[in-house]
Design a protein around this ligand. Structure first.
Ligand SMILES: [Zn+2]
Length: 225
């Protein structure tokens, strides 16, 4: 069984660990704009939806690069239109941002294909937020590597990591980790945004079961710099 399908760490265990609270706070005061790379519709909200809401409220220009449309989440069904609509609804809770769709194949993202496209789209931005390149999900890893291949500072956000890793896990680069505390209003916006991704919660074997979603309702986000 792979790390994503295997039983993982509960959010209660993460919240009980004092290590997260000891991480230094991310200083974003100088950011004028930021670009966010999402391998699938929902990665941007799960990983940095709170940070995006904070930036949007400050008038920071945001561009989301949707690498795939998430069409592989329900084999045999055409969910592309639905997943795009879910993202649109979710981002309305987050704040103003431009979305650029690349329509690369879901579950088939290649960093050598993505990096040249990203280079043009991140040009002129202060910072890029991208999935962590060791998140275990292949598309997340490819998106992270592609971002790192661009000439821009990259902060990487974990997603599946919160499931398969454990507190103080030596596989994570804690020395590079920073935290973004989310005011309660921001955390509420993020929860409302997450609730828009209904296709991911349905069926007997949902892609995002409640115990996974719980990781993204904590009052802070963590990124690696
Ligand atoms: Zn994803």
């Amino acid at each position: 069984m792979n790390l994503i399908d295997a039983p993982g760490t509960s959010e209660d265990d993460w919240r009980a660990w004092p290590g997260l609270g000891r991480l230094p706070e991310l200083d974003l005061t100088s950011w004028r704009n930021a670009v966010v790379v999402a391998a699938h519709p929902d990665d941007e909200v799960l990983g940095v939806g709170g940070l995006m809401a904070i930036l949007a409220a400050r008038g920071v220009r945001l561009r989301v690069i949707a690498v795939t449309d998430g069409e592989a989440s329900h084999p045999g069904q055409d969910v592309t239109t639905r997943r795009i609509a879910e993202t649109t609804a979710a981002l309305e809770h987050i704040g103003h941002c431009e979305v650029v769709r690349l329509r690369l194949p879901d579950t088939g993202v290649r960093d050598d294909e993505l990096a040249p496209l990203l280079r043009d789209l991140v040009y002129g931005f202060d910072v890029c937020l991208a999935p962590w390149e060791d998140d275990v999900h292949a598309d997340h890893e490819a998106a992270g590597r592609a971002a790192l291949a661009c000439d821009i500072p990259v902060l990487r956000f974990p997603i599946w990591t919160w499931h398969w890793a454990r507190p103080a896990d030596p596989r994570l680069p804690w020395g590079q980790a920073v935290r973004v505390p989310l005011p309660s209003e921001t955390a509420a916006r993020k929860r409302a945004a997450i609730s828009c991704f209904t296709s991911q919660f349905e069926g007997p074997d949902p892609i995002l079961p409640p115990e996974i979603v719980e990781h993204f309702t904590r009052p802070e986000e963590v990124l690696f710099r």
